[in-house]
Design a protein around this ligand. Structure first.
Ligand code: PMP
Ligand code: GLN
Length: 384
């Protein structure tokens, strides 16, 4: 393994899903739904396969139907105009969008600021691009993890090239507020930074929280690469359909990297996702309502089991603090949990450079059937 990648080892998701399989435990670790997305979207994929749509290499930027649907979705939900030709790029999931964006936009030695805890592929992709990651830690404050804007401002140096933002945020469930996003936007403009913003959980926001794309703020359109994913929005994580939107020069740069990573992917699925993006608003409302009920079910169960729960404003993850259970190390706790009570979770420390900051936090996914969550909560209760 190259020195660039040596520190990354095996992703925690593979490790913990393997543990779930080998122990038969309920997997609340890796974030994937245990119910597939809408039947009509699955049927659309079958139709595409049968009709020979996308069975051979689709066009490099993605099939026109999907690019048009992504642009229409941005316009309909956020009033963001986006040219399907030149301002949209289809990728092999958000994972490739992240990799291609960083490889395209970061020079060796450039500093990339990422919110910590960060989704694990960020660190690996910054390293592959030869960049230096500069984490800015979200800290627990009154029941959620918050960004300290002064800390963010102080982290910017003359070497900073790019801010890597994620909202709604995995693993904390934090949704950045309009005021926080406005401050990030002002900073980016003032210091002339590029922004890559991972908004794959854009539709999973609860209560009063609102998802506002960073690209909608003044001065941001020309400096922002926005990332979306059908895996999250339509519950087809195996299809690996994601996309990038942004100004033509940025999207062209990302396309340059992407063409040598996968060139193209997911042919027939692209047609199906194009149809999915045109589903009525009720689909997105129902998804949110369903996930909200699941959030509350699992959050209640975790509280009864003795965890301190950070009830998330977005995503399908709950971060907990295990210290009230008399535990202090999430790694040790998560490795023992399948044996102790038949449940798998993720230690948040893997998402930190400052591992000690993340040590007491553990993440549970709630994108699972109600019966599965009920069984998991009753198992977890034996910890109390
Ligand atoms: N970004 C974040 C924040 C994620 O949580 C995930 C999925 N876990 C991804 C990107 C990757 O998305 P995809 O499956 O579309 O590659
Ligand atoms: N994004 C998912 C999560 O955070 C997992 C994706 C993966 O397995 N790489 O759980």
């Amino acid at each position: 393994l190259s020195r660039r990648l040596a520190e990354f080892g095996t992703t925690i998701f593979a490790e913990m899903s393997a543990l779930a399989l080998s122990t038969g435990a309920i997997n609340l670790g890796q974030g994937f739904p245990d119910t597939d997305g809408p039947e009509e979207v699955r049927e659309a994929a079958v139709r595409a396969l049968r009709d020979g749509l996308g069975n051979q290499y689709p066009p490099g930027p993605g099939v026109p139907e999907l690019r048009t649907a992504v642009a229409a979705h941005q316009q309909r939900r956020y009033g963001l105009s986006c040219d399907p030709d030149g301002e949209v790029l289809v990728t092999a999931g958000a994972t490739e969008a992240i990799a291609a964006s960083l490889l395209a936009l970061v020079e060796p030695g450039d500093e990339v600021i990422a919110l910590e805890p960060y989704y694990d592929s960020y660190a690996a992709c910054i390293a592959m691009a030869g960049g230096r990651r500069v984490p800015v830690t979200l800290r627990p404050h009154e029941g959620s993890f918050r960004l300290d804007l002064d800390e963010l401002r102080d982290a910017v140096t003359d070497r900073t090239r790019l801010l890597l933002i994620n909202t709604p945020h995995n693993p904390t469930g934090t949704v950045l507020t309009r005021a926080e996003l406005a401050a990030i936007a002002e900073l980016a403009v003032e210091r002339d930074l590029l922004v890559v913003t991972d908004e794959v959980y854009e539709h999973l926001v609860f209560d009063e929280a609102e998802h506002v794309p960073l690209a909608t703020f003044p001065g941001m359109r020309e400096r922002t690469v926005t990332i979306g994913s059908a895996g999250k929005t339509f519950s087809f994580t195996g299809w690996k359909v994601g996309w990038v939107t942004g100004a033509p020069d940025l999207v062209a740069a990302v396309r340059s990297a992407k063409q040598f990573l996968t060139y193209v992917a997911s042919g027939p699925f692209q047609y199906a996702v194009a149809e999915a993006l045109c589903l009525p608003d009720s689909y997105f409302a129902d998804l949110r309502a369903d996930m909200l009920a699941k959030r509350d079910l699992l959050a209640g169960g975790l509280e009864r089991a003795g965890f301190k729960v950070f009830r998330p404003a977005g995503t399908y993850f709950i971060t907990t603090d295990i210290r009230p259970l008399g535990e202090s190390d999430g790694f040790t706790f998560c490795r023992a949990l399948p044996e102790r009570c038949g449940v798998v979770a993720i230690p948040n420390a893997v998402f930190y450079d400052h591992r000690e900051q993340g040590a007491p936090f553990v993440r549970f996914a709630f994108c699972k059937r109600t019966g599965v969550l009920e069984e998991a909560t009753s198992r977890l209760k034996t910890l109390a």
